[in-house]
Design a protein around this ligand. Structure first.
Ligand code: ADP
Length: 368
């Protein structure tokens, strides 16, 4: 049995375990919290900090393969595991790049991948972009907030940042690409995040996206070119802006399964999680086309409440034809925390929309 390790034990890890079962993998998980969604599901669950190099190195001993479900981990730890002869994918260099929004943006610009005009900025430096602009803290979040629209210089957070021009966005989509150890590469079709007509809030995801097929193909090509350029092994989730002028701009990318990619567990021939293992194990990649149109609804912790979540309308929801649910097993709900998701399938788009509306109206998380 192949022994594989996942750094991080959240819902992405949980779904990687689910898919890993099909390949008879022995999955080990490292997470700082014994309460994480992978606890109780991994062959071995190790409690330790994913930010500590030594914890990762120790965890990796005896494994055949090491991967991750979040990019905010100790790169030194990944390098250490690789030095000990363990196959580490995605490669530590790619993880380092993806940890810093500024380095990422620079990498894209240097290699001709289109993006918003930008500037790497540190407090006190002059600003060359017009206001309003978008400020993104380069690493992690700043006081839990990583991105803001800034109307004037006084409103800037005093942290090293990536500043970007505000681009006119028509659609936001993600393209998930897999690149295998033997170099084979395949992209999933673009997944569209549908926004509320007035509030800046994603209401649901849809696949296929409501975008001209030729433009969809272009986004897939760009995402595959980027994966090729990085020489990544594993999944690369590329987030795009489709501008009102019909141009693709790369926003950012992540070297792992992506939240939007949950929709592939039901809508495409192969899921992103299965594809990740195929890529890492050096197996042929699976087909990525959509077999049934789908919508995905996140189940989020209700605002203003913290405690144990329960789902009183589960039966009514599951009575909707084509609806499935995945609960992440989180013991605690906090405002807007991702607790699970719902996927609805229907061959007929108006029916899909009607069932989605029904599910949105029924969805209720109780907190006690
Ligand atoms: P996060 O890492 O929090 O997901 P993103 O970089 O994806 O941050 O930005 C969050 C949102 O802010 C995007 O989904 C988009 O709606 C908006 N946004 C980000 N960059 C720009 C930009 N240059 N112009 C306009 N809107 C932007």
């Amino acid at each position: 049995m192949l022994r594989v390790g996942i750094v991080g034990g959240g819902q992405l890890g949980r779904m990687l375990i689910q898919a890993g079962i099909d390949f008879a993998l022995e999955v080990h998980v490292l997470d700082s919290s014994a309460d994480s969604p992978c606890h109780g599901l991994a062959h071995e669950f190790v409690v330790g900090s994913v930010l500590e190099a030594e914890a990762i190195r120790r965890f990796a001993r005896g494994l055949n393969l090491l991967t991750l479900e979040l990019e905010n981990v100790s790169v030194e730890g990944l390098e250490g595991a690789r030095e000990e002869g363990i196959a580490v994918f995605p490669q530590p260099e790619v993880v380092r790049l993806c940890q810093d929004k500024g380095l990422q943006r620079q990498y894209y610009a240097e290699r001709g991948f289109a993006g918003p005009r930008f500037q790497l900025w540190a407090p006190g430096e002059p600003i060359h972009l017009p206001f309003p602009l978008i400020q993104k803290s380069r690493r992690g979040g700043y006081d839990g907030r990583g991105v803001q629209r800034v109307p004037s210089p006084e409103a800037l957070w005093p942290v090293p940042s990536l500043l970007e021009e505000e681009v006119p966005i028509a659609k936001e989509v993600s393209v998930i690409v897999a690149r295998a150890r033997h170099g084979e590469i395949k992209a999933f079709p673009p997944i569209e995040a549908v926004f509320h007509p007035t509030a800046h809030l994603v209401t649901h995801l849809r696949l296929p996206a409501d975008i001209d097929p030729q433009a969809q193909k272009e986004a897939q090509e760009i995402a595959m070119d980027l994966a090729e350029s990085l020489q990544i092994v594993g999944l690369l989730a590329v987030e795009f802006f489709y501008t009102t002028a019909g141009k693709w701009l790369i926003n950012e990318s992540a070297p792992r399964p992506h939240n939007t990619g949950h929709i592939t567990t039901r809508a495409t021939w192969t899921s992103q999680f299965e594809q990740h293992w195929r890529a890492l194990l050096g197996l042929p990649l699976g087909e990525t086309q959509v077999h049934t149109p789908a919508a995905l609804l996140n189940i989020l912790g209700p605002p203003g409440q913290t405690g144990k979540p329960s789902y009183p309308t589960l039966s009514q929801l599951l009575a909707i034809p084509g609806l499935s649910i995945h609960l992440y097993g989180k013991k605690r709900s906090t405002p807007y925390r991702k607790l699970g998701h719902i996927i609805i399938l229907s061959e007929d788009i108006p029916t899909l929309q009607a069932r989605l509306n029904e599910a949105q109206a029924l969805l209720h998380v109780a907190v006690s």
